[in-house]
Design a protein around this ligand. Structure first.
Ligand SMILES: [Zn+2]
Length: 266
């Protein structure tokens, strides 16, 4: 029924307020979504979200391989063996529930010389959650990683790469920086390695942040197997371009603050 009079006005005002709050809540995601298909900027001013670093002056140039959704006992050990085989370093964005189930795997990731970032405690979409839920989930995930490694995590990547105002606030309050990616493999949408390598290839530039997944738990079955097949081709492509894959920590350390090159995403 259509409301009129003072009650109708109050309902309309409440709806407008609710709409405005929803807009503020979702604005960060709206800001970053348009960057996924193109070469993204390095970071937004203030650094609340980063996609990559500017080109490295180092020789060979460096980029960061990041691997989401683990640890997974069925697939992460194979990932670690392949990374050793190809001499690549990676940063694993791990899911808190899986960290608590398999803390020994998280320790193994560290022992093998790789980095760790936080990918939420539950792998849930933040656009559908309240700021309070996101804050609690982020804190619990950071605590799980700290307990498993003895180190305070520095990097945060929200599940599905979707940011809300609550995501940004929670990451900062828990002492982490949000890092998305400048090129992803979308291996979860493919049936073979070729299209994944083709998708990654244009993004193999100094300062890039690459994303693949090494768990099937939150993606289509077979995703990790495709990632495993991609790693050899990726290593060959990096060698051909005289690029090396380093930890996010190391890539960040190669660069002084680059706010002059920061661009607000369109
Ligand atoms: Zn994920």
């Amino acid at each position: 029924m259509r409301q009129t009079g003072p009650m109708g006005s109050r309902l309309a005002a409440a709806a407008a307020t609710s709409g405005a709050l929803a807009l503020v809540h979702a604005a960060p995601s709206a800001a970053v979504l348009g960057t996924f298909a193109q070469r993204p900027p390095t970071a937004v001013p203030g650094g609340w979200c980063r996609w990559r670093w500017p080109g490295s002056a180092g020789d060979p140039g460096a980029l960061a391989l990041t691997i989401d959704d683990g640890p997974a006992p069925a697939t992460t050990p194979r990932t670690l063996d392949l990374l050793d085989c190809y001499g690549m370093r990676a940063t694993f964005f791990v899911v808190g529930t899986e960290v608590d189930r398999h803390p020994e795997l998280v320790g193994e990731i560290r022992r093998r010389g790789h980095g760790l970032g936080v990918h939420g405690y539950q792998h849930r979409h933040h656009l559908l959650r309240s700021p309070a839920w996101v804050h609690a989930d982020t804190g619990r995930a950071a605590a799980s990683v700290s307990a498993a490694t003895g180190a305070t995590p520095r990097w945060y990547r929200p599940p599905y790469g979707q940011l809300t105002s609550g995501t940004v606030a929670a990451a900062r309050r828990h002492g982490m920086q949000v890092v998305l990616w400048s090129r992803w493999g979308r291996e979860f949408a493919e049936r073979s390695a070729g299209p994944v390598v083709d998708r990654l290839r244009p993004g193999l530039i100094p300062g890039a942040v690459l994303l693949v997944h090494d768990s099937d738990r939150f993606a289509r079955p077979g995703t990790a197997a495709i990632t495993h097949r991609v790693l050899g081709s990726l290593a060959a492509e990096l060698e051909r371009r005289q690029l090396v894959s380093v930890l996010l920590d190391d890539l960040a350390a190669m660069h002084v603050p680059d706010l002059s090159s920061a661009v607000v995403p369109a």
